[in-house]
Design a protein around this ligand. Structure first.
Ligand SMILES: *Cc1c(COP(=O)(O)O)cnc(C)c1O
Length: 286
């Protein structure tokens, strides 16, 4: 299994629970997990693994780094998966936040992806269903998993079997609410709230840039990934912001070893609070 590093922790933890990636080693890494570093040095673009892996998690727009992949960059992953019989689990939770024209909104925009990719989509971030719970998963009929002998098996069949045995379904009121997301009124409201958060993101970006900090993301996603100032690691910078400006961020190292030296801020707040927070940060000496 391969994950980008830093990564949304759920991908790793669910696989630990399923016993797929072995015990944690002394250095805090998992034995059978392939880490794909995404840092300032490689422009937050993960390198294709040198060895074959069965499963690859990709999340774009990315949480936590807020960065995206171009079609060409994503196409390399589809090509790798086709060559190695790997399955890509593509998390498109932040698709609605994409602002730039050329950024892929779905992995299925890449030719051949239906044979190698599962895509998951959630109403949590586009329509605030985080508490009520509604999402969906695309498992194309063409997608095959391969056993040790190299025989293909339909993943859609396995998924269907799993869902009909283990999943009770989304409650009817929540389904009705989710369908309202697609009404003209729902679409308008969603686009308003996303614009609102993206305005916060641009305020955060501008303020931090003026302070001379190196920042990433916040253009096609609600997250701003900040390189910590010289001499401060993730937790030191977290403490500094908390104590000196009463601002809470998320230490980058909590998302994986390559997140060390970064901190994540989110645009999910009111405009008033965002401005207040940026005023306070601007008064700090960094
Ligand atoms: C919030 C989020 C989701 C959505 O999770 P739900 O379980 O649908 O609420 C998925 N992936 C990432 C990376 C997220 O940040």
């Amino acid at each position: 299994m391969a994950v980008t590093d830093p990564v949304y922790p759920v991908y790793v933890e669910t696989n630990v629970m399923a016993g797929r990636i072995g015990p944690m080693k002394e250095d805090g890494r998992y034995d059978k997990l392939v880490y794909l570093p995404c840092t300032e040095e490689n422009g937050f673009v993960p390198e294709i693994p040198k060895i074959p892996v069965d499963l690859i998690y990709l999340c774009y727009p990315n949480n936590p780094t807020g960065t995206v992949l171009t079609k060409e960059q994503l196409a390399k992953w589809v090509e790798y998966a086709r060559e190695n019989n790997s399955i890509i689990l593509f998390d498109a939770a932040y698709e609605a936040y994409i602002q730039e024209d050329d950024i892929p909104r779905s992995i299925y925009e890449i030719d051949g992806a239906r044979e190698v990719a599962i895509e998951f989509r959630s109403f949590s971030k586009n329509a605030g269903f985080t508490g009520t719970r509604c999402a969906y998963t695309v498992v194309p009929q063409e997608l095959m998993g391969y056993d040790r002998e190299g025989n293909p098996h339909s993943i859609n069949n396995l998924w269907y079997r799993r869902q009909t045995s283990k999943f009770n379904g989304v409650s009817y009121p929540i389904q009705v609410a989710a369908s309202a997301v697609y009404s003209p009124e729902g679409q308008e409201e969603i686009s308003e709230s996303i614009d609102y958060y993206m305005k916060n993101a641009s305020i955060i970006r501008e303020s931090l840039k003026n302070l001379g900090l190196s920042i990433y993301g916040g253009v096609n996603s609600p997250y701003i990934w900040i390189k910590t100032p010289e001499g401060m690691d993730s937790w030191k910078f977290f403490d500094f912001l908390l104590e000196e400006a009463h601002i809470v961020g998320t230490p980058g190292v909590g998302f994986g070893p390559s997140g060390e030296g970064y901190l994540r801020l989110t645009a999910f707040n009111t405009l008033e609070n965002t401005k207040k927070a940026m005023d306070r940060i601007s008064k700090l000496s960094l």
